[in-house]
Design a protein. Structure first.
Length: 191
C-alpha cells in the first residue's frame, strides 16, 4: 500500500508541474490548467469513497482554488529576491501583507522592503486560501490549513536550484514539482 501512495504523490507532482506549464516538445499540454484538478478529485475519491457528486465538486473546487488568484509575484520575491511591484496576484493577501510593519527605535520597517520574507508570507497565505477552498469541498478542517506550507515548500525549490541543479527560474520549476508532491502527500497522510 505504501508504494501505491508514493505513486499517487508522484502523479500529483507531475500534474502540478504540468499545470505550471511543463512543455513537451516545445508545447504545453492542452488544457494544462485542469488536469491537476481532475486528478486531485480522483485521488481524493480513491482514498475515501467513490461518489460522482463529491468528485465533481472537488474537481471544480480544486481548479477554482488554484486559478482564483495568482501567486507569481510572491514566487519571484521569494526566489528571485525582487521587490514587489505588480501587486495584481491576490488582493486579499496583499491587503494583509502590505500593511505589515514594525516600528523599532523610531524607524519603520515594512514587510514589502524585505522581498524574500514578503514572498514567503504571500505564498503561505495564498496557499492557505487554496487549501481552505479545497477543504470546504472535502469537508476537512485540518486540510484547510495545509496550504500554509506553500511558502516553505517553494523556498525549498529555491534551495534545490541553488545547491543541486539550476532550473533557469530561481527554483520555480523545482518548487512546482515539490509542491505537487506535497499536495499528494497531504491527501495520502490524511486519508
Amino acid at each position: 500500500m505504501m508504494w501505491i501512495k508514493l505513486l499517487y504523490e508522484l502523479v500529483s507532482s507531475f500534474l502540478w508541474r504540468v499545470r505550471g506549464g511543463l512543455k513537451f516538445w516545445g508545447h504545453k499540454l492542452p488544457l494544462n490548467k485542469i488536469w491537476f484538478g481532475i486528478w486531485y478529485a480522483t485521488l481524493y475519491c480513491l482514498l475515501t469513497v467513490w461518489n460522482l457528486n463529491v468528485w465533481a465538486v472537488t474537481t471544480i473546487a480544486t481548479i477554482v482554488a488554484y486559478q482564483e488568484y495568482g501567486w507569481g509575484e510572491y514566487v519571484m520575491c521569494l526566489l528571485g529576491g525582487r521587490k514587489p511591484d505588480e501587486r495584481s496576484d491576490c488582493s486579499l493577501v496583499d491587503d494583509i501583507i502590505d500593511n505589515l510593519k514594525i516600528t523599532y527605535k523610531g524607524k519603520v520597517y515594512k514587510l514589502v522592503d524585505y522581498p524574500r520574507l514578503f514572498g514567503w508570507l504571500g505564498l503561505s497565505l495564498r496557499g492557505g486560501i487554496m487549501s481552505f477552498t479545497i477543504g470546504l469541498a472535502i469537508q476537512n478542517i485540518p486540510y484547510m490549513f495545509t496550504g500554509l506550507a506553500m511558502g516553505t515548500v517553494y523556498w525549498l525549490g529555491g534551495l534545490v536550484c541553488k545547491y543541486i541543479k539550476d532550473d533557469g527560474k530561481y527554483g520555480w520549476r523545482w518548487a512546482e514539482w515539490l509542491y505537487g508532491f506535497y499536495l499528494g502527500l497531504v491527501l495520502c497522510v490524511i486519508y
